[in-house]
Ligand binder design. Sequence first.
Ligand code: FAD
Length: 462
Amino acid sequence: MKNNSALNNSMDSTCMVADEICIPDSKFPRIVVIGGGFAGLALVEKLRHQKLQVVLFDKNNFHQFQPLLYQVATSALEPDSIVFPFRKQFNGYKNVVFRLVEVEEIQPSSNVIITNKGNVNYDYLVLATGTSTNFFGLDKIAQNSLGMKDIRDSLNIRHMMLQNLEQAAITCNDEERDALTNFVIVGGGPAGVEMAGALAEFRKYILPKDYPEYPSSIMNIYLIEAIDELLSTMSDKASSKTLKYLENLNVNVLLNESVSDYDGAQVITKSGKSILAKNLIWTAGVKGQFPKGIDEKHVVRGNRIKTDSNLKVEGYENIFAIGDIAAIITEETPKGHPQVAQAAIQQGKYLGNSILNIIKDKPIKPFQYSDKGSLATVGKRKAVADLGQFKFAGYFAWLLWSIVHLMSISGFRNRLMVGFNWAVSYFTYEKSNRVIIRNFKNNNTIVKPKASNLETISKNNN
Ligand SMILES: Cc1cc2nc3c(=O)[nH]c(=O)nc-3n(C[C@H](O)[C@H](O)[C@H](O)COP(=O)(O)OP(=O)(O)OC[C@H]3O[C@@H](n4cnc5c(N)ncnc54)[C@H](O)[C@@H]3O)c2cc1C
């Protein structure tokens, strides 16, 4: 294997031993980017056509637009509307190489990356691996519930939902029907709120048409949040408006409550409530994910990697971290920057410029995050917006949310597809994608409440 260093830019052959991944020869420095999410993709875009070899490794062959995962989960959008193949994105980018691999380990002492398909060396390494669902060590809940972090999770949720609704029509057992049609969403952040709103609209507009055999009280939706407000990172106005919107949509919002146990059919909360539900969607937290090899002393709260203000991982000269995985800890940002798309994109672009400056031996300025504000939607035609000192809610906020999201999706065709779907559903409330294509296997069985002092909530209490 060729011995690369941060300063050794020339490259003869890259496939000299059997366990190496084949990468074209290049006389330019090699930047390996692990992860083509918002951060990694913004970085690659910044470095295209530069005198660098950019190698992107991702375990998927596509970039995904996570903010709309809930719409795929609730059948409003097809998965290919919100994912975009890297190879199509990189058409015509002569200095960019994509390889579909999962990175398993980094060996910083030798500048080598070990993947599930072979090894490769780097001059500069960028970790942009994002986060995975955090179940906070609650293994039983993790086993029986579904997270919503990628497109596969969304499709799992969609198939679980559609299959359970079909099974509910088959069963003659009232208790089982309740469990099959009840939904519990854990986590009152944007993902949980948007999911709860979308499900409530499904119940309101689709359920009576598609499942006329069901009583109107069926399909209870619970949103459980551990603290005393929803959307805690947004303004008080946004939190209280969101609560009101969800209550108007008959979502049972349980604040100051958390889930302590779940066996696949019965949710037990910390305060002793019991909810029969075969559908539990967990959006309560994320934790950083990255390959092994980074010294643990650089890993901080939320399993994020501590970087300096230039996004360089502390303790390494040629390793950087960007996006959700990176934490610049300063007095102004004691918890790092928010784990949102805007921060990830800005860090990707910033690092692109920085790397070009580093290579040209030019000085670099510290990363400055510019917060453009936050938006969250609660069902159709309602959203909340915090844009600096402007805080508003309702139809105009929803319109803004729609435009911002539409413009942020990768690919003209995808934007067109999403725009068309939204326009149709705006006027008809129709969601057209309710087909069960693959079987979601849910082996959960109903376990009846054992403790008699548990408050059983299985009927609609609205
Ligand atoms: C349901 C949901 C809704 C959201 N809504 C919003 C919103 O409305 N607004 C907002 O600003 N933010 C939102 N976010 C947050 C936003 O999506 C993230 O902040 C953003 O995706 C972070 O970008 P990233 O590039 O750091 O990581 P990601 O986008 O997560 O990308 C990480 C990439 O790394 C790849 N990867 C990971 N590990 C490996 C490995 N070992 N080897 C190879 N490849 C690997 C993954 O396949 C993925 O492509 C939402 C997130 C979720 C889950």
